[in-house]
Design a protein around this ligand. Structure first.
Ligand code: FAD
Length: 281
């Protein structure tokens, strides 16, 4: 595929401070050179970042880029989601990343929605085709899934409810992605499934994220990264080599694009994009 046609997207989290917002703007300026189709902004479970997500999305829009808020439904009522959808429509937001969200610990009542397919269905009922809806996909399977087959069937229920495209959880094993994509095609799903790419910034943080979300860090890689200890330069150099290799394999195998998890930083992704030949002239 021509690199110009790739669906590149970039994910931020909503900063808590003005200083954080200034850093995000700087990262956005750098990453805009990759010509992303959109920047997405995460949403805290239970709506905890509702206002900050909106402010960050509006800031991105004001700079002339497409911005997609993530929206999670767990612990929310239908009326809360309806109000949020109306707010997004008023601000001419056209794309959403629709998620269940992680169940807050100690939470008993889960609100009006149990799973993301119910959210996708509700968005379609309330707003027709206004939004392009992205959903989450799990090539290494979601940790709560009863089985790989059940997880695939649950993914299909989001597609059948009206999702237009999907972004995957991060992974470091391209074969997991290829098997997942091919299985989706076999089950009759015809939507772009864009791999989520997590650069390696820090092994402690990565190991923590991975144990929660079910992404596997290959043993050889984890041990080598841990062995570097405080030597961040060596850790990042190996991480960059590994992630570049993963992206190259994904693109060579027909992945429709790449979605970068940035943690609001641009440096590693800029270098990665240069290595992949993605950066605009
Ligand atoms: P679902 O698709 O509902 O799946 C959740 C689990 O339930 C899966 O195990 C699935 O197999 C199972 N399941 C689904 N339907 C059924 C059913 N009918 N019966 C039984 N089991 C079922 N979290 C946030 O809080 N904020 C964010 O901004 C955010 N952004 C993300 C962006 C991406 C690209 C990804 C991949 C994840 C993101 N997450 C975010 C994390 C996400 O909320 C969690 O992974 C969450 O645990 C699952 O969300 P989901 O939308 O995939 O849920």
């Amino acid at each position: 595929m021509d690199k110009q046609e790739l669906m590149i997207s970039v994910e931020f989290f909503p900063p808590k401070t003005e200083e954080g917002m200034a850093k995000l703007r700087e990262a956005r300026t750098q990453l805009a050179r990759l010509n992303p189709k959109f920047f997405s902004v995460t949403f805290g479970a239970g709506g905890s970042t509702r206002d900050r997500t909106l402010d960050t999305v509006l800031d991105i829009q004001a700079a002339g880029f497409e911005a997609a808020p993530h929206i999670s439904c767990i612990s929310s009522s239908k009326q809360e989601i309806r109000d949020l959808l109306q707010l997004y429509q008023q601000h001419d937001i056209k794309r959403l990343v629709a998620l269940r969200g992680d169940i807050p610990s100690g939470e008993v009542s889960a609100g009006d929605f149990r799973y993301a397919n119910e959210l996708v269905e509700f968005i379609r009922q309330e707003t027709g085709d206004h939004f392009h809806i992205e959903v989450a996909a799990y090539p290494e399977f979601h940790p709560e899934a009863a089985s790989p087959a059940a997880d695939l069937a649950n993914f299909k229920s989001k597609v059948d409810a009206g999702a237009n495209s999907a972004i995957t959880q991060y992974f470091y094993n391209p074969d997991a992605y290829f098997y997942f994509r091919d299985e989706c095609t076999r089950l009759g799903m015809d939507l772009p499934i864009v791999p989520g790419i997590m650069p390696i910034y820090n092994i402690t943080q990565l190991a923590r994220f991975s144990s929660v979300c079910g992404a596997e860090i290959p043993r050889w890689l984890r041990l080598r990264l841990q062995d570097y200890g405080d030597d961040l330069a060596s850790l990042r150099a190996l991480g960059l080599d590994v992630v570049t290799g993963v992206c190259e394999k994904l693109l060579a195998g027909g992945a429709p694009g790449l979605h970068f998890y940035t943690l609001n930083q641009s440096g590693i992704i800029t270098t990665l994009a240069e290595r992949l030949g993605l950066k605009a002239a």
